[in-house]
Ligand binder design. Structure first.
Ligand SMILES: [Zn+2]
Length: 285
């Protein structure tokens, strides 16, 4: 994942990192990426791995779809909560891992991240780690409270130096899941971080974040945008709409092919947006 992200940050675009859980969902992602001739990141965490039948099954799905396309793809473990999960994903063949100890103290976060970096870098595996706390989905925090939990530039610089991670997930006002409140993306804070951190930056909670803010964030150094909720919802909405449509009859294409197509279309839109080019003009990589 590292060379893809370095290229993206250097060229002013971002890669989409989409959550997958099955062959259908993985194909929806990679076929859209192939159509636009852009690299893409397939990712999943513990819950998706449990759904798919384990990290090795996720690897098998990813390598199977990778065989059908000729664009670079990375397979990332999202939000690992423990060293054990990281180890399992690396053993299964993941190309990168994200360790999330952002809820811990700075020192504890450094310690847990360093342990992961030491193992992962031995095998050429990219490491992403998070610093700062993402806004709560309930929106209970005031702007001042939420800003205090956001990533601080001086901490980010120290964190990178001490851990030697390859990519940093920053907290700048986005939240996981769909928003129940209007998100305030702190572009000023992102610019301050990007001034001191030259490594690729990652935006979590990409679903539902206003498009103009996403583009602005990419222009300021975000090289990877995570999309989970919106992609899952594209499948879910399609299932609901087709079943509720008049004269609907159950068949694989009626139900599943349509849902996969909706996922594919969402990924197309997102990749075009992250390429910072709504016309879908191809970027050299
Ligand atoms: Zn996340």
């Amino acid at each position: 994942m590292k060379p893809l992200l370095i290229n993206a940050r250097g060229s002013g675009y971002a890669l989409g990192a989409f959550t997958f859980w099955s062959l259908d969902s993985a194909q929806a992602i990679t076929l859209a990426a192939q159509k636009l001739d852009m690299p893409v990141i397939l990712q999943g965490g513990q819950i998706e791995a449990e759904h798919a039948g384990g990290y090795d099954k996720m690897y098998m799905i990813a390598s199977s779809v990778a065989g059908d396309i000729d664009i670079p793809i990375a397979l990332n473990l999202d939000h690992a909560g423990s060293f054990e999960q990281v180890k399992q994903a690396i053993e299964a063949g993941f190309t990168s891992v994200m360790i999330d100890a952002s809820q811990c103290s700075f020192e504890e976060n450094v310690e847990q991240t360093c342990r992961v970096v030491e193992l992962a870098h031995r095998f050429g595996i990219t490491v992403e780690s998070e610093l700062g706390i993402l806004a709560g989905t309930e929106g209970k925090l005031s702007v001042n409270e939420s800003e205090a939990l956001q990533t601080k530039p001086e901490d980010a610089l120290r964190f990178i130096k001490e851990t030697k991670i390859d990519a940093l997930a920053v907290a700048i006002g986005t939240a996981h899941g769909f928003y129940k409140f209007k998100p305030e993306i702190n572009i000023k804070r992102l610019k301050e971080i990007a001034m001191v951190v030259k490594e690729p930056l990652v935006l979590h909670g990409g679903s539902g974040t206003p498009e103009d803010k996403v583009v602005e964030a990419i222009e300021c150094g975000i090289a990877k945008v995570n999309i989970c909720t919106e992609f899952v919802a594209a499948f879910g909405k399609s299932f609901m709409e087709t079943q509720n449509s008049e004269g609907f009859k159950y068949s694989v294409p009626n139900l599943f092919t349509k849902a996969k197509q909706s996922g594919y279309e969402l990924v197309l839109e997102k990749i075009k947006l992250f390429a910072n080019d709504r016309d879908g003009r191809q970027r050299s990589i």
